[in-house]
Design a protein around this ligand. Structure first.
Ligand code: BG6
Length: 478
């Protein structure tokens, strides 16, 4: 039986990388796996704009040993991956699929054999289709199904897995599914569902964390939030009010339950401003109180740069077409606030800010506002178009430059007292980037999707390896 203390016994900082089940496993209907909402969407919807899917993805289901070997050879000692709910429970509740449990046992055991600390996420966007059919996260019953599923995973893997995340990015997931409309079930500008989703996801997470404690398991467990660090355009009118509304929109409905065990104090005020209500069971405050984790995961890519609303109806701006679109990423919320587009900040080809300084400001904000919680940077990376040379080698210098700036900012925040203890680069290898398909690449290792999923480490993989080795030789205690 492994113990919580084992996680940081060799090094007091983890360096690794991450993936998510639907994005890399493939084997979409193998060995008893149930249909997922993303399987259904990609096979049936005209909104699958690139006409791609995760049927085979990066073939991780069959090639996991290759990937874990490469992590270990690259000096990484931590791997964040997610479990496919429908692989464990084909319909999301009831029957358990032993072959799914066996697969994750193989992955976990192989990680440990190679000296890699597994960090397991229970839900990373891939809802079982049967639950989607029953209303998805708008159906409050799903919070109990999630709790049952979580308990099965804790029971099966909890003796060895000592780092857990309940839900990946409840806020951004709610945003894409209900505001942007690019993820199934593709609702657009539906603010009622946006807030209700976040609430239900957080209740589900808190129920699972409470169960983890009741089962007497030890380990780290928390939620993974997409960093929504808000910065105001200096020209903002009524800055305090704009800040409060934006921070609620991007952060507090996730961070307060996760870290403080309660809903935000300004919830009633915000319900009036945004015009939504929350449907819930009685006495759910208790679940939040009892379901506080012991770390927070932060996926850190960008900030939210906003100003007062100027004019126009609510609208969302998003770009899943890369260089085939000029759209920048942002939002306008009528009468509330809107994104400001800073011409001095770099952007990726998909219109999103690339702003490594935010690694520092985001981590420091968490330290100051939430009593210096234990933080893992559970994702950070840079999506680009790539072309390999004749040996399949990718010289991803642009990624390395940005990666290195992000890490400098992380080390600066650590030095100034943020309790950050791990970093997982997104992603371990190339994978399916949701609605962006396969052309937006994030991996440290190239995957040739046309040639048997051949793996070839990129220049950034070697750069990261050197970085980790230098880090440990300069910091003997980790
Ligand atoms: C994160 C998600 O938000 O961003 C990952 O947790 C995702 O699953 C990553 O792949 C990159 O996203 P995108 O939108 O750039 O493809």
């Amino acid at each position: 039986m492994r113990k919580k203390e084992d996680v940081f016994s060799r090094n007091d900082f983890l360096w690794g990388s991450g993936t998510a089940a639907y994005q890399c496993e493939g084997a979409w209907d193998a060995d008893g796996k149930g249909l997922g909402e993303w399987d259904y969407f990609n096979h049936n919807s005209a909104l699958n704009i690139h006409n791609e899917d995760g049927d085979n993805a990066s073939n991780f289901y069959y090639d996991y040993e290759k990937d874990i070997n490469l992590m270990a050879e690259g000096s990484q000692n931590a791997y964040r991956f997610s479990i496919s709910w429908a692989r464990i429970m084909p319909t999301g509740y009831g029957e358990v699929n032993q072959q799914g449990i066996d697969f994750y046992n193989r992955v976990i055991n192989y990680c440990l054999e190679k000296g890699i600390e597994p960090n397991v996420t229970l839900f990373h966007y891939d809802l079982p289709y049967e639950l989607a059919r029953q209303g998805g996260w708008l159906n409050h019953k799903i919070t109990d199904y999630f709790n049952e599923y979580a308990k099965i995973c804790f029971e099966a893997f909890g003796d060895r897995v000592k780092m857990w995340s309940t839900i990946n990015e409840p806020r951004y997931y709610s945003y894409c599914t209900n505001i942007v409309g690019n993820y199934p079930p593709n609702r657009r500008l539906d603010f009622q569902s946006y807030f209700q989703y976040q609430y239900n996801l957080m209740i589900a997470s808190s129920k699972a964390i409470r169960s983890f404690k009741e089962m007497g398991l030890d380990g780290y467990i928390g939620v993974v939030h997409d960093n929504g660090h808000v910065e105001l355009d200096p020209d903002t009118i009524n800055p305090d009010e704009v800040y409060e509304m934006a921070d609620f929109f991007y952060n507090t409905l996730i961070l307060e339950p996760s870290l403080l065990g309660k809903l935000p104090d300004n919830l009633e005020k915000m319900k009036q401003k945004y015009g939504f209500m929350i449907l819930h069971d009685i006495n759910e405050e208790e679940i939040f109180r009892e379901g506080v984790g012991n770390y927070i995961g932060i996926n850190l890519y960008n900030r939210q740069y906003v100003k007062h609303w100027e004019e126009g109806e609510s609208e969302v701006f998003h770009n899943n077409k890369g260089t085939r679109s000029n759209s920048l990423e942002g939002i306008r919320l009528e009468s509330l606030f809107e994104s400001s587009f800073d011409p001095h900040v770099r952007r990726n080809k998909w219109g999103r800010e690339v702003n490594p300084r935010v690694m520092y400001t985001g981590l420091m904000e968490l330290k100051e506002k939430y009593n210096n919680p234990l933080i893992l940077v559970t994702e950070n990376g840079h999506g680009i178009y790539e072309s390999p040379d004749e040996n399949d080698y990718v010289e991803d210098n642009e990624r390395i430059e940005i990666f290195s700036e992000f890490l400098d900012n992380l080390l600066k925040a650590k030095k100034e007292g943020a309790d950050v203890r791990g970093y997982y680069h997104w992603s371990t290898m190339d994978l399916y980037s949701w609605i962006n398909g396969y052309e937006k690449r994030y991996g440290l290792v190239r995957v040739d999707f046309e040639d048997n999923y051949k793996r070839t480490p990129k220049k950034s993989y070697y750069w990261f390896k050197d970085f980790i080795n230098n880090y440990y030789s300069n910091n003997r205690n980790g």
